[in-house]
Design a protein around this ligand. Structure first.
Ligand code: NAD
Length: 487
């Protein structure tokens, strides 16, 4: 224990950066607050351009040896990281819940096992990554995935360790070295990950963690000439800043951004299933990029759907995310609550009607809200709220449903409830979305391509797509009898 150690729900967390295999403190700190009750958790090192540069330098120094490490050895170490995560699921879960307010039971049973799976999956995928050789006029083409170099990974607060490791695991598997910049509203589990990785034998400098405000460390990280990849998950305005900052060096970017995804409910759908899918959109207090926040319901069943939705939503328990029976926890920060409420109040002033909710409960919790009488071109239909706020509109033809579904600047996901397989196929083909779920929601396989269209993102990650992004993909063409005249 040092003066830089916090005890969070009984777990020791180092508040400093992790650079080149050493803990490094900044002169300044920022205050980390728990969304559960607004209490201060502690002071965290507040990175500057100096620490950002040191972390990229450490990643650059560690790169040649890590890139030269065999695939089998890289995979072995990633599995050891997964073992370390599995041993600490309880600790990671309670720290994450304290820090970002998402449900403890979800962290224990879903999220943290998934964090371990991120490492195992990309370790195993690396071992089978290959493209069959092919011939061109007797010449052999051989495709290989070469490590690209130091990579900066920047992540948001809504699922901190899950989203961080979804990038860290493939980047490390690819043979890249990494600088991870977690969000300032949920910095703690990234620090625990650094401990776990070091214990698992990941060499110094292969994974670095820089804490702090994006506005203060961001440019120094993303404009660095030694950087070979940037993967970012977060909001559209930040993505624009990063793209500008990366432009000087043409550093390749992967951008996973916001959404305003639709749930289309056709009259032929199993309404109980449709309502279950709809109520799920309050998960994580609505702070889910993939959430289907716009309900588009066929007119003939809209009244019945709404009645059943209200009934089901009334059974949800909102409160302390550490309690086993809680369904909806707090929002991340009072500032986020203000933003959510401002969206809702502007919508109400513009003529929307709150079927349920429409107000804060206190400074940490927002009442689950459903708004109707909203115009397609209104702010509440067009912009991402990132809180427990849903809208309901009706349609009378399939054509209208598709038009409304596609009529925002986003294209992250779409969910369909219908009993008609041909309709599902027809509608899916017309939707602009990186992921479409038919009669289900949030089923995610790590080998599937993941990403958004339009302002929801640039590029795809997942399975081989992740290696395509994090690696320099090379094609080697060898002449027929290539060795004959070369001894
Ligand atoms: P944000 O853009 O404010 O911050 C994300 C990260 O970027 C943080 O770590 C922040 O410190 C950093 N950052 C801020 N300014 C920066 C700069 N100039 N340079 C470099 N880094 C900078 O987003 P947020 O509020 O933390 O997250 C919510 C957003 O993330 C929502 O829009 C949500 O939809 C999106 N999101 C998308 C996905 C996805 O997979 N598509 C997943 C989760 C969240």
């Amino acid at each position: 224990m040092t003066e830089h150690t916090l005890t969070v729900a009984g777990v020791a967390v180092d508040t400093r950066h992790w650079i080149g295999g050493r803990r490094v403190a900044s002169a300044e700190t920022f205050t980390d607050v728990s969304p559960i009750d607004g209490s201060v958790i502690g002071e965290i090192s507040r990175g500057t351009a100096l620490e950002a540069a040191a972390a990229v330098a450490a990643a650059k120094a560690a790169f040649p040896a890590w890139a030269a490490t065999s695939r089998a050895e890289r995979a072995r170490i990633l599995h050891a990281v997964a073992d370390g995560v599995e041993k600490r699921i309880e600790e990671l879960s309670i720290v994450e819940t304290t820090d970002n307010g998402a449900l403890l039971r979800s962290h224990r049973r879903g999220v943290m096992p998934r964090v371990a799976h991120n490492f195992r999956f990309f370790a195993d995928w690396l071992l089978k990554l290959e493209h069959e050789d092919f011939e061109t006029r007797g010449h052999t083409n051989h495709v290989s995935w070469d490590p690209a170099g130091p990579s900066v990974l920047i992540t948001p607060w809504n699922a901190p360790l899950m989203l961080a490791t979804w990038k860290v695991a493939p980047a490390l598997a690819a043979g890249n070295t990494v600088v991870l910049k977690p969000a300032e509203w949920s910095p703690l589990t990234a620090s625990l990950l650094a401990d776990i990785a070091a214990e698992a034998g990941l060499p110094a400098g292969v994974l670095n963690v820089v804490q702090g405000y994006g506005s203060e460390v961001g440019d120094a990280l993303t404009s660095h000439p030694d950087l070979r990849r940037i993967s970012f998950t977060g909001s559209v305005p930040t993505a624009r800043r990063i793209a500008e900052s990366a432009a000087g060096n043409l550093t390749p970017l992967s951008l996973e951004l916001g959404g305003k995804s639709p749930l289309l409910v056709f009259a032929d759908a199993d309404l109980d299933l449709a309502v279950d899918l709809a109520v799920e959109q309050y998960d994580n207090a609505g702070q889910v990029c993939l959430a289907a926040t716009r309900f588009l319901v066929e007119e003939s069943v809209a009244e019945e759907f709404t009645r059943r939705f209200v009934e089901k939503a009334a059974t949800l328990t909102q409160g302390d995310p550490r309690h086993e029976t809680t369904d909806i926890g707090p929002n991340i920060h009072p500032r986020q609550l203000e933003k959510i409420d401002a969206f809702v109040q502007r919508a109400l002033a513009a003529g929307a009607r709150a079927v349920i909710g429409g107000h804060r409960k206190d400074t940490q919790y927002y009442a689950p809200t459903l708004l109707t009488d909203v115009a397609q071109d209104s702010e509440i239909v067009q912009e991402e709220v990132f809180g427990p706020v849903l809208t309901l509109q009706t349609f009378s033809t399939e054509e209208e449903a598709v038009r409304l579904a596609n009529d925002t600047r986003f294209g992250l996901a779409a969910t369909l409830a219908t009993a008609d397989a041909e309709r599902a196929e027809r509608v899916t083909a017309q939707l602009v979305a990186g992921t479409v779920w038919v009669n289900c929601f949030f089923v995610r396989d790590l080998q599937a391509p993941f990403g958004g269209s339009r302002h929801s993102g640039v590029g795809r990650e997942g399975g081989t797509w992740s290696f395509d992004f994090y690696c320099d993909v090379k094609n080697t063409v060898t002449a027929p009898n290539g060795w004959k005249n070369h001894g």
